[in-house]
Design a protein around this ligand. Structure first.
Ligand code: ASP
Length: 307
């Protein structure tokens, strides 16, 4: 590793993977502009010496507030028309983590997940307890109308009847600390009470300074069965794989084991970025070692699933 890469920072974000190529392509310009903006906001923090944790929190929050993405404001409703949201955050330096599952009326679930990490001795809160905890702290609450408004205001922006749509961010700061965060409304018309991979540490979100930071998107059940985010960390730390090799190996594994549908973003301990998918498209962007900002709907590392 060069001196430059030791002192530089990396950041990657995603706005969900999917199969509806036409619909996602129709929003390509808006999606890429939004992602580039989020990356530049993240760059400001990292370039000023800020932490990976603050960066992924801010990036996910900005994505949650954008109706183009199916988390926070633009989240999909469950079968009863309720907006039950999942989110997680993990600090690669300490292995501290926080997550919330199926929470109602929370504007930015990533903020609540971070609060769980910082203010409790637990990792995951759900149900009434999570709501009470949010109310007792400085967490922005909204009504269901807030989420409905996003759907009504910009129906063309929401990929309806899709099975998935999630946001995430992973970062390495100039001190070599890693962090990951993931947030979602889950599947459109999911069963009430259903919880996906996003708030499950090791499935949809993982960070460890000894390996990498990972955020996943796709059919959550596929990522839970394969514990994919932690699997990637294992490939790097225990098998000594590079970010690109670990990403290719992991996406192959997802397809081989469960014909899994989705993708992930990865920043490894040295700041290398790798993004992989088995879905047809994935909205994603990255900055590697303080370099240029990139966005794409077609990450290069792929595994083809049976359709
Ligand atoms: N993984 C998320 C879930 O299953 C959905 C997504 O990534 O789009 O809840």
């Amino acid at each position: 590793m060069t001196k430059k890469s030791q002192k530089s920072f990396s950041l990657a974000i995603h706005g969900g993977a999917g199969e509806n190529v036409d619909k996602i392509r129709a929003l390509e310009k808006e999606s890429k502009e939004s992602m580039a903006h989020v990356l530049e906001e993240g760059r400001k923090i990292l370039a000023a010496g800020g932490t990976a944790l603050d960066t992924v929190t801010l990036c996910v929050k900005l994505l949650e507030d954008n109706p183009l993405f199916s988390a926070g404001y633009g989240a999909a409703a469950n079968a009863e028309g309720e907006f039950e949201l999942d989110a997680a955050i993990m600090d690669g330096k300490t292995l501290e983590a926080g997550s919330v599952a199926a929470v109602l009326n929370i504007r930015n679930p990533v903020d609540l997940a971070r609060l769980v990490m910082e203010k409790t001795e637990h990792i995951m809160l759900s149900g009434i307890g999570a709501g009470d905890f949010a109310k007792a702290h400085d967490i922005a609450m909204v009504t269901p109308e807030y989420f409905k408004e996003a759907h009504e205001k910009v129906p063309h922006m929401i990929e309806r009847n899709k099975k998935h749509g999630t946001v995430g961010a992973v970062a390495r700061d100039i001190n070599g600390n890693l962090a990951a965060a993931t947030s979602t409304g889950g599947w459109d018309a999911k069963m009430p009470g259903r919880i996906g991979d996003s708030p499950i540490i090791g499935a949809g979100c993982f960070a460890d300074n000894d390996s990498g930071a990972v955020s996943c998107t796709g059919i959550g059940e596929d990522f839970m069965r394969t514990v994919l985010a932690a699997h990637i960390g294992f490939l790097i730390e225990r098998c000594g794989l590079s970010a690109i090799d670990a990403a290719q190996e992991a996406i192959n594994y997802l397809v081989k084991k469960v014909n899994g549908d989705g993708g992930f973003i990865l920043v490894d301990k040295d700041g290398a970025v790798a993004i992989a998918q088995s879905s047809k498209v994935m909205r994603t962007g990255w900055i590697e070692n303080g370099g240029e900002t990139h966005t794409t709907l077609q990450p290069k590392i792929r595994a083809d699933r049976k359709r």
